[in-house]
Structure formats: C-alpha cells, structure tokens
Ligand binder design. Sequence first.
Ligand SMILES: Cc1cc2nc3c(=O)[nH]c(=O)nc-3n(C[C@H](O)[C@H](O)[C@H](O)COP(=O)(O)OP(=O)(O)OC[C@H]3O[C@@H](n4cnc5c(N)ncnc54)[C@H](O)[C@@H]3O)c2cc1C
Length: 496
Amino acid sequence: MKNGERRKVRVVVVGGGTAGWMTAAGLVGLLPAACDVTLIESEAIGIVGVGEATLPHLRLYLERLGIDERAFMAATDATYKLGIEFRDFGRIGDRYIHPFGTYGRPLAGVAFHHYWLRRDRAGAVPPIGAFSAGVVAAERRRFERPGSDPGDPTTSFGYAYQFDATRFAPFLRDWAEARGVTRIEGRIVRADRHGDSVAAVEMDDGRRIGGDLFVDCSGFRSLLLGETLAEPWEDWSHWLPCDRAVAVPCASPPGTIEPYTRATAMPAGWRWRIPLRHRVGNGYVYTSAYCSDDEATAALLAGLDGEPLADPRPLRFGAGRRRRSWAGNVVAVGLASGFLEPLESTSIYLVQAAITSLIEHFPDTRVAQADRDGFNTAIDAEYDRIRDFLILHYHATDRADSPFWNHVRTMTIPDTLADKLALWRGSAQVARYGHGLFLEPSWVAVYLGQRVVPTGWDPRADQPDAAGLDRALGSLAQAIADRVRAMPGHDAALGL
Ligand SMILES: Cc1cc2nc3c(=O)[nH]c(=O)nc-3n(C[C@H](O)[C@H](O)[C@H](O)COP(=O)(O)OP(=O)(O)OC[C@H]3O[C@@H](n4cnc5c(N)ncnc54)[C@H](O)[C@@H]3O)c2cc1C
C-alpha cells in the first residue's frame, strides 16, 4: 500500500455472498484507515447458497481479523474437517483420504514418501495413510487441535471447517457492519463504464453509487468484470467437463459426525457429502452431455443417508476464468472471477487468495498498472495450479465403465500437468512451488490414491538398511495410532 494519498479509497463491493462479505470484512478489518467500504446486495436475487467445505487457510482469515473460532463455528453450525475422502475414483471400490498435513517426516533431507515407496514395493509397510495423523484421526472420527511442533508427525496436521453456506455471509455481515461497512439493499440495473473502468453503478430505485475501486462479487453473472467490461472468458470445460450440479441437504444419520468431506465418483461426475452439526449437505456434480438433470437428481436422492430436508436445487456453471481478474478499476472476487468445480473445496480459498492479494496491491484512488499486474499474476497462478490438480483426479483413473470416465481418462491434458505426471512417474518427485495451494503431500495423496505409482524414488532413500527402516516406520505408525486413540471423538470436540 502507498502512503502518499490522503483521501480514503471509496470501495464498492457488488454482491453479498460469501465472496462479498469476506471481502468487505477483510478490507474494513485490515485496511480501516485506507478505505471506506460500501456493499450492495439484493435479497431478491439471493446467493448461490452452496460452498460448505473449506480449506485450512480459512482459519488464517479468521485469525487475522480476530474473529473467534468458537463464535464462527456456532453461528455457522460448523464441524471440523481433516481432509477429503475419495471413493471410487481410481477404480470402483478404491478409497483414500487426502488429508490436510504431511506424511511422516523427512529423513536426511528426503521426503518421507520416498522411503515409504521403497518399503511398499517390498510389501513391508502399511498404506501411506497410516503415517498421517490427519488420515488416522479422520478414519477414527476423532479430533483435537494440532500440536505446536510442526516436526512432530503425531500432532502436525491441518484442519478446516464444514459449515452452513447460508450462514457464513450473515455472520460476516454483522461483524463488518459493526466496523463501518455500509450496506445497500437493492438491485443494480446498470453500470456506467468510463473508458476501461466503472464510474458508478445504478440501482433499480435510481440511486447512483460511485466509487474509486469496484470489487465484483456478483457471482456467476460477473456483472462488472464480465458484463460491463466484457473481460473474455477462458474456457476450461474440455478438461473439466462437469457443468451442472444438483444439491440437497438431508438429515444426519445416527453416529459420530465425520470430520471429513466425502467425494464419491459417479457415472457422470461425482457426489459430495458434507456433514454439519445439524444436517448433511449433498450434491451431484455432473456433465450434462452424459447425464440428464432428472437422472442426476434421482441418483442423488437414492444415495442420501437421511430424509431430504429441502427440494433438490439445480445449479449450472462452466469451468474457467476471466482472462484477467482485475481490469481497470474492477477486481473480481469469487464466482465473478471464475469457477473451478468443488472437488477439492477450493473456491472459498480462491476468494481468500484474491482478498490477500488485493490487500497486498491495494491501490491509491487511482489504480496503478503494477498493482493490477501483480494481482493478476498471483491469481492466475492459483487458478492454473488448482485446475491441474483437479484434472488429475479425473484423468488418473482406470475406470472405463461409462462414457464420462472414458472421456476424462483418455482426454489430452495441459502440458503443465503432463510434465508433473512424468516427473512423478519417473522419480516420485513433486513439482515444487513456494506458496499457494497443493504442496507435495497433496499431490502424493492423490497420485497414490489414484494408483499413479512411480517406477523409482530418490536414490538416497535406499541408504538406510531395510530392517532398521521398517522398525522406524513401524514405530511411527504406532505412535500416530496411539496419539489419535487419545484424542476425543469429533462429536465431543464439537461439544455435542
Ligand atoms: C455446486 C457448487 C458447489 C460448491 N461447493 C463449494 C465448496 O464445497 N467449497 C468452496 O470453497 N466453494 C464451493 N463452491 C463455490 C462457493 O459456493 C462460492 O465460491 C462462494 O459461495 C462465493 O460465491 P459468491 O459470493 O462469489 O457468489 P454468490 O453467492 O452468488 O453471491 C452473489 C451476490 O451478488 C448479488 N448480486 C448479483 N447480481 C446483483 C445485482 N444485479 N444487484 C445487486 N446484487 C446482485 C447477489 O444478490 C449475491 O449477494 C461451490 C459452488 C457450486 C456451484
């Protein structure tokens, strides 16, 4: 942020869904002296109302704003989430958990999975999940907050939340309004374009709201970036062909609430299951070319764990993103900037990444090209990496039981992903990047979970003698199992 300018930047946030209120709260919480924030939303239009599974980064967002975790969890009926269980993705009957956290710990500078691969080839070790406290705790439905020593594999894991999507924005709204965000209720009917920027938006009652910076959080419609500034859409549907979803909540089944989200592969996509305190969220994400809306709804309803609590709700979307997320004085955050399907619960993370980057590049009353470029470069990298990671879940499969799976198994993939796969297959190496989503353990989880077994591993992992290595691995798995056994059940951790 620059210091020279005295006048506060007038920020207009268009939209009051999760993206809009997260942005408004983030700006008023972290840049109170730099901006005045007005948020416009239309109750008549409403919000998308899905988006219930999150990533651990959300904890950082709450912490930075000083929002109490317990208050947030109580207000949103949240549960803890230790990862995602994938069923039937590699082959029907397969199952693995992609945890938040690491496997084992590095030895002599070499990542744990290289040692595990060596001994797995010899049939001498349990599945790699036994070396992740997050996986073991998820399977036993236990939870406690991670320990403070990141080097201790028995307590170092991450966690996120599963929450009621309709309650998060109202919770943040209360918080943000109490700190000075002005909320305007009503429908925007047009935007005044001025060159490559937006000067003001006009409401259905004739009011005109001007600003220096507009944050487009208008959802799939992308009112300012897409409609007004006509920023082109980059279509990724050839790699991520799912374009519909049907969602329905159901009653919770008896028993301990799972501290994880479940994704189960279906003939034309996959279904989610997100256990909350008071209900379970369900949805079938599918490809309209291979499945009708009626078929999808019937399949979803047939697999519920309890009574449906509402009518099934259809949603339509396409995978891709606007070429630039920030153009002129319009920054798109959330669905207005792009969409990657929820297989790895990444959308709210992308909202958060955009807010973080906006704050890092927060402009004066006039936007500098360098800020726009810095923001766009950061967001492009986030989208591209997540895209490749999602495609991996579809492409790395042996399934040949439906036209959908035949398509995704045999489709061409982005070169960036092909390179990552080649690196892994040859030497069990994971392409590295310093920050952002999906670091080494995540790729290891999905590669192995979907049977992409490398032919080799780091030669340094051959150094320890086999018997000693097996003893060390056995002790580690035992220590993790013992630690998890001492954790409270997930229900108890929630105070239920
Ligand atoms: C099927 C599905 C499942 C998903 N699951 C997950 C998940 O598990 N995890 C995850 O992280 N994300 C998930 N997402 C994404 C997540 O739902 C969104 O990223 C998140 O809710 C943010 O949405 P939003 O605020 O951008 O848009 P919306 O919720 O659609 O909000 C748009 C806002 O703009 C306002 N608006 C629009 N037009 C106007 C107008 N003309 N005038 C005034 N106001 C207007 C609306 O009233 C509303 O307030 C999922 C998405 C889909 C489609």
